[in-house]
Each structure stands twice: as C-alpha cells, then as structure tokens.
Design a protein around this ligand. Structure first.
Ligand code: PHE
Length: 507
C-alpha cells in the first residue's frame, strides 16, 4: 500500500491499544496539529484508523484577567490601599484610597462592586472601612486566576477550579469559557494489517508553489486529494444583531403599508408620556415603583394651550357628559422628566401637531424605539425593550380596521394565527391585547396592546377624527419568528452568542 507521507507518519505513530491524541501525534511526527487532523480523517475514511472526539469546557484568561494576575484584582488593591491608609482603625475617605490604590477608570467600578461582595469591608457615605480579618490571599477568585495563568500553556491540564468560581470569573469578563474538542485515534485491524504488510510513502504535494511551476516539476508531482468533508475551524464574522434585523424588517413592512416614521426623546416629561393619554396622575403605573424618574430640571417648553386642555380633560372630562377623575392634577408633576415607559409619548407629540406631522386624515405613523420599565427580569421581561408603536388617523375607524391591520402586519412575518383579547387601557376604548403562539413551546404569549383612542385623548390634542393605535413588542415578535424562548437570549449580558450568530431573520 502507498500512502501520502503525512498519513504514513500518523499511521505509524498511532497505536492499536492506546488512544493517541492529535497533539501527541503532532509532537511525535513533527507535523502541525491541523495536518495530523486532516491525515487522521483521511485514514479514518480508508478504514485504517478510528477517530474519537470528546468535548470539554475549558477556561481561558481574557486580557483583563491576565492583567489582574499581574497587578492583583482591583478589590484586593483597594483593600491593601485602605489598610495602608489606616482603614483598619476607622473609616477613611474613599477618594483618597482609590487614588492610593492606583485604580484607573473601569477598575474603580470593579473594585467598588467586589470589595463589599467579598466581605473585605464596607462603603458608606463616601467612606471606606475594612474588615481586618478578611484574607484576600485566600480569595478563591484570585487563586483560580493564578492557577489558570500557571497552566494556560499546558493544554491538557484539567481546570482544577470549582465551576461556580469559573462562572463568576466569566461573568466578570476575566475568563472565557470555551468548548474544546479533543480528538484521539486508534488503529483498526485493517490499519494494523496494512502496517504489517508494509506501507510505502507516496510523495505528494499539498500546494502548487511558484518553484514547482517554474521548474516544471508540477508535471510529475502527485497532488494530495482534497478532503472536502474535513472539519475546518469555524470563522465568525460580524453580523447584524437579530433584533436590529427584525427592527429593520418591521420598518420595511410598515413603510410598505404606507406609514411614516416618528422620532422623539427617550427621556420625556410625564405630560407627553402620561397626561396626554388621560392617565390619572395617581395611576399605579405612574408611581416610582414602575417608572425611572430622572433627577433633572422639569420640562419648561410644553405648549401652554395644550397643557390647559389636557388639565381640563383630567379635571372635568371632555364633552357634555364629561366627568373627569376628581383626583388631584398637578402641573409640576406633568413637567417632571422620566424615561418613557412606552413610545405612545411619540404618538402624542405627533398627534398634537407639535412634532410637525401632517394631520389631515388619513395619516399613518410608526416608530420602533426603546422603552424603559422598572419590571422584574424574567424570561419575558427586560427593564428596557423595543416597542413597535403605531397609529392610523382616519374617519370612522372600527375594530375590524385594527384587527385587519395587525393581521396584515404579522402575516408578513409568517404569523397567521394572532388572537385578540378584550382589554382595558385608560386611554383607549375599545382596547385589545394581541397574542401569538410560540413556535417551540406552543404557549400563547402576549405580543401587543392596542385600541382606539378615547375622546378624552384626541379632543385636547385637537384631533377630530378616529385614531387607532398600538404598542407591539419587538422582542416578542423576534421570539415568535426565531423560536427564542427567553428574551434574555436576545439581548443583555446573558445573550446566547451561538443563537445570535446563527438565528435567521426572515425577509
Ligand atoms: N402604550 C401601550 C403599552 O405600552 C400600547 C398602546 C399604545 C395601547 C396605543 C393602545 C394604544 O402597552
């Protein structure tokens, strides 16, 4: 039998009784590990070798991790500097210790977050005190980092460290947990027989070189066959994020349906976020529990006439049968600034005419923008997410128009089974929630909220015809189209990188 040289070398280095790993074979044969792998697969295809694969998780230091191995963890440096500054005897000013610890930029935050967590001491009103009994030498995170630095060169070292500590280091960005595939080979009976019968090296050429061409040697050379099935290293390029892709698709669809795009501030006055929507000022969604209030000066430029009409709607209601809320209404509250909890603030700005929209019916507007809510994180809730806001202004709109619009919109994403549930909003009547079925779990998930604006909303804005409107969740749409089951796979620090690399956005 004749085999290319590299295959022969690997065959001779393999054993019938012991598994030999690729790196061992590379060391014995003097070939590159990739070459050994290629040869091993070719020999396997010839039936001369068995190739086994095991995958294991392996921790590698990041640049930041490596820096802390050299300089010490920021919290440990803070601890030492605090001790030196006399914090063992009583609290010392934080600024002074940070300066002495020589912590720069991001390291200050890292130190301040981890110092109390590890029980090194406490931070209170700008002062630092230390627990003199704390022992940074024995800190498992520091020990694990040092151990990883020591055996990073020895590829085969099993990670000695507790998986919780590794997870923590990974979440701090100090190590990357990577999956590794280790391959090993053993001779088959056919392989042993071939070696016993004698195998000759066939000189083969892997690549045409200028020398081969110039000398004409290529004419007689035997070329190595391509193995198009061999594993190649995966290359991941940059790519548009799934959510951004979905948002772009949504914009295309809505523009195709005749909508124009709205834009406006993320931080806005309560007036635009809530008061215009006839949301009573004592509504639970307007308390500090649900809203991210900002400690900035109130909004000065709210159109005076509109402010008066909105206040009157709250106090007295609208129209001859109007009644109002009989609850307190304060202009001061209306001018306060918060992060918008919905993008209906943009709809109010546009419908009022102050954002420059044309208001001769029919009109259609949309936005795909971020909103902020003080919710509890769970698989379907984030503190910030994207809303697909929209409204249609026309004479005599009905619920059928609303349902038809959604059916047409979702159909563009292949979703044809949306369901409607009657709902209550302070600003729409009637109101509907929308549900879609999750393709993986089969669960009905809420995908949006909608309705026809009440007169108490439209009249003060100066709008005389009907306006139907909605807020749909972009992340939920992405969950339906990609099959993601947890919103946190889509964005945020826990996002699933493989999913982001591979998920398809349908166009
Ligand atoms: N603002 C609503 C929400 O955030 C959505 C909505 C907008 C409902 C407009 C009706 C009309 O859930």
């Amino acid at each position: 039998m004749r085999l290319p040289e590299r295959q022969l070398a690997v065959l001779e280095a393999a054993s019938a009784t012991d598994e030999r790993r690729i790196d061992e074979l590379a060391a014995t044969t003097g070939l590159k590990p990739e070459t050994v792998t290629g040869a091993a697969f070719d020999l396997r295809d010839e039936g001369l070798l068995v190739v086994s694969e095991t995958t294991s998780e392996h921790a590698e230091l990041t640049d930041e991790g490596r820096r802390y191995v050299a300089d010490g963890l920021p919290e440990t440096r803070l601890y030492r500097a605090a001790l030196d500054a006399g914090a063992g005897d009583g609290p010392v000013p934080m600024g002074q210790v940070i300066g002495a610890a020589d912590l720069a930029g991001h390291e200050v935050d890292v130190a301040l977050a981890n110092f109390p967590r590890k029980g090194f001491g406490a931070i209170d009103s700008g002062e630092l005190s230390v627990d003199a009994d704390a022992d940074p030498e024995a800190d498992p995170e520091a020990t694990a980092l040092a151990a990883l630095a020591a055996d990073n060169d020895a590829d085969d070292a099993d990670d000695p460290t507790d998986i919780d500590v590794l997870d923590r280091l990974a979440s701090r960005g100090l190590v990357d947990l990577v999956e590794r595939t280790t391959r090993a080979v053993t001779l088959t009976d056919a392989g042993v027989d071939a070696l016993m019968e004698g195998v000759e090296a066939a000189e083969t050429v892997g690549q045409v070189t200028p020398e081969l061409l110039a000398s004409g040697e290529w004419r007689d050379a035997e070329f190595t066959e391509y193995n198009v099935e061999a594993d190649a290293p995966e290359v991941n390029g940059g790519r548009k994020h799934v959510l951004r892709g979905t948002a772009d698709r949504v914009k295309d669809v809505l523009v195709g349906m005749g909508f124009q795009e709205m834009a406006g501030p993320h931080a806005d006055s309560d007036f635009w976020i809530n008061d215009c929507l006839f949301m009573p000022q004592d509504h639970p969604a307007r308390t500090h529990w649900d809203r991210f209030a900002l400690d900035v000066p109130p909004m000065a430029d709210i159109p005076e006439a509109l402010l008066e009409r909105v206040e009157a709607a709250h106090r007295e209601g609208v129209g001859p049968d109007g009644d109002g809320y009989h609850s307190p209404w304060s202009e001061e509250f209306a001018r306060e600034i918060a992060l918008r909890g919905h993008t209906t603030s943009l709809s109010m700005r546009y419908l009022s005419g102050y954002a420059g929209a044309e208001l001769e019916p029919p009109q259609r507007y949309f936005s795909v923008e971020k909103v902020y809510r003080n919710d509890t994180l769970d698989p379907t809730h984030l503190l910030e997410f994207y809303q697909i806001e929209g409204w249609v202004m026309a004479e005599d709109l009905s619920v059928r128009d609303l349902m038809g619009t959604f059916e047409e919109f979702y159909r563009q994403f292949g979703i044809t089974d949306i369901r409607f549930k009657p709902h209550y909003n302070p600003y729409t009547e009637p109101s509907f929630e929308l549900f879609g079925e999750h393709p993986e779990t089969g669960e009905e998930i809420e995908i949006g909220n909608s309705g026809v604006f009440r007169e108490e909303v439209t009249k003060p804005l100066g709008v005389d015809c009907d306006v139907m409107a909605w807020g749909l969740a972009l992340e939920r749409l992405a969950m339906l189209t990609t099959g993601a089951e947890d919103i946190r796979d889509l964005h945020g620090t826990l996002a699933d990188i493989d999913f982001l690399r591979n998920a398809e956005v349908s166009y």
